[in-house]
Design a protein around this ligand. Structure first.
Ligand SMILES: NC(=O)c1ccc[n+]([C@@H]2O[C@H](COP(=O)([O-])OP(=O)(O)OC[C@H]3O[C@@H](n4cnc5c(N)ncnc54)[C@H](O)[C@@H]3O)[C@@H](O)[C@H]2O)c1
Length: 256
């Protein structure tokens, strides 16, 4: 029996990257996955590949109404929602003085507001599932370890970290059978990572070496390694774990 047998997950950012790999892994572990993304065609193609335990829905996480529709679509399709996975996010460089204001607001709208809307829209469906339910939000090693040229990204991910703890405490205080935790990836090989590799200023090989050296383990991570941590926090193996931060970053956040 797989670790996600009987679970129904709604995954924002489920078309590709960490969210896409997570959807694949949840289905392989016996669960069902609704892949929710602005890239609907990609999400549909992946869902078709995964078979009858996967489906896709259009979602721009900046819209609470679209979140509510995605939650309703998940319950209509699979009968319940047990596992909200807030994976969608963006990352663009910029320091406090020169960060483009549109970029600042985009980070807050997608990374922070999008995660908040997801929690808000899904909570009653998660509680109504009548069984252990979970929220996993995605932060970053940069939520712990500030980077001067990533002002908007660091601020948004640090806020997600604390938001998650408020949700965990609120669910516990209200006696809901819902846990909430944050997974913090280091640099992970995904389409987002590839955009940084090809951003210019240095060769992709030089950027890869610099990225790897930020991790005491000496390499960047894989989406599978992050998805494994999300599965752990979404399944009953972590039944007494709520409000925690799980770093999947090759010891990057704690380096001296
Ligand atoms: N890749 C890394 O190195 C890394 C490191 C730390 C944290 N993270 C975080 O992990 C999460 C996933 O990152 P990734 O590397 O897989 O990114 P990615 O860019 O490879 O994939 C992100 C997915 O989110 C979707 N998305 C973007 N904006 C959206 C929106 N407004 N509404 C709905 N979907 C949207 C994209 O279409 C895409 O499918 C993000 O929150 C990111 O900040 C990634």
């Amino acid at each position: 029996m797989g670790r996600m047998t009987g679970k129904v997950a709604l995954i924002s950012g489920g078309a590709e990257g960490i969210g896409g790999v997570l959807g694949r892994m949840i289905v392989a572990e016996g669960g069902s996955a609704m892949l929710a993304d602005v890239q609907l065609d990609k999400a549909k193609a992946l869902a078709a590949e995964l078979g009858s335990n996967a489906d896709a829905v259009a979602l721009d996480v900046r819209s609470l109404e679209q979140w509510e529709a995605a939650v309703a679509a998940t319950v209509a399709r699979f009968g319940k929602l047990t596992s909200l996975c807030n994976i969608a996010g963006i990352s663009e460089p910029g320091n406090t003085v020169d960060v483009d204001l549109d970029s600042w607001h985009r980070h807050i709208d997608i990374n922070l507001n999008g995660t908040f809307y997801g929690c808000r829209a899904a909570l009653s469906a998660l509680a109504d599932a009548g069984e252990p339910a979970t929220i996993v939000n995605v932060g970053s090693m940069l939520a712990h370890r500030a980077n001067p040229i990533m002002a908007a990204y660091c601020a948004s991910k640090a806020a997600v970290t604390h938001l998650t703890k408020t949700v965990a405490l609120d669910c516990a205080a209200r006696g809901l059978n819902v846990r909430a935790n944050t997974v913090h990836p280091g640099a992970i090989r995904t389409p987002m990572y590839d955009r940084y590799l090809n951003a210019g200023g240095a060769t992709p090989e030089e950027i890869e070496v610099a990225m790897a050296s930020a991790h005491p383990m000496g390499r960047v991570g894989t989406a599978e390694e992050v998805a494994q941590a999300i599965i752990f926090l979404s399944c009953d193996d972590s039944s007494f774990t709520s409000g925690t931060d799980l770093n999947v970053d090759g010891a990057s956040a704690i380096r001296s």
